[in-house]
Design a protein around this ligand. Structure first.
Ligand SMILES: [Zn+2]
Length: 214
């Protein structure tokens, strides 16, 4: 049915090196190795590529920002939730780390309004300081380095509240989360009692939208 599979790269080429892999947030992030591991899955008739290593995340977002299909179907959400409770009829919860990161990048390049169909843009704008603070507080350094020049270029000021949220809430939260998730005991409890679903709910909106395919 297809002969080439483009797996979107997580990192631009210049950020891919073994030292970063070892130190990456204290975890071993396999996507750092995609350029080496993906070809191992090649067959005579199917080739895998790590696509987009020439671009940073924000550059990738710039590339798709005016693409109608992306505006209608972009799905980046990292949690499962009941779409009815958080962001009705949207593909993305608009609150989790991945959503906030993606929305902030679009906001920084003045393209967030293009994605009102898949994100709760109104909610993001109304809570900009909180959302940006979350992003700044938990995000990895290379994403921040990518974002800040774009905010400056487009004269978007970082609200003081964002720095307060980042420093007083999200940094400590992030630190604690990393410590707890390294504990096998805590992880076992977390999944045994379905705490993820209790916090975030279940992402029924997407399974409903794609029910014919699943
Ligand atoms: Zn989300």
């Amino acid at each position: 049915m297809f002969s080439v599979y483009y797996e979107s790269s997580s990192y631009p080429l210049e950020q891919i090196h073994l030292e970063a892999l070892q130190n990456y947030s204290g975890t071993l992030d396999g996507s750092m190795l995609d350029i080496y591991t993906l070809p191992c899955m090649n067959t005579d008739t199917l080739t895998f590529y790590s696509a987009g290593t020439e671009a940073t995340r924000i550059e990738k977002q710039e590339a798709i920002a005016d693409y109608p299909a992306a505006q209608k179907f972009l799905s980046v959400c990292g949690i499962e939730y009941d779409g009815g409770e958080i962001a009705e009829n949207k593909y993305n919860c608009s609150r989790c780390e991945k959503c906030v990161r993606t929305m902030t990048n679009f906001y920084a390049i003045n393209k967030l309004d293009n994605f009102a169909e898949v994100f709760d843009v109104q909610d993001y704008k109304a809570n900009f300081a909180k959302r940006l603070g979350r992003w700044m507080g938990i995000c990895k350094k290379h994403y921040i380095h990518d974002l800040m020049p774009r905010l400056r270029q487009n004269n978007i000021k970082i609200p003081f509240g964002a720095r307060v949220y980042a420093l007083l809430f999200w940094r400590p939260y992030s630190f604690l989360k990393k410590k707890l998730r390294n504990s096998r005991f805590v992880r076992r409890l977390y999944y045994k009692f379905n705490i993820d679903r209790k916090i975030h709910g279940y992402r029924s909106s997407v399974s409903e939208a794609y029910k014919d395919l699943m």
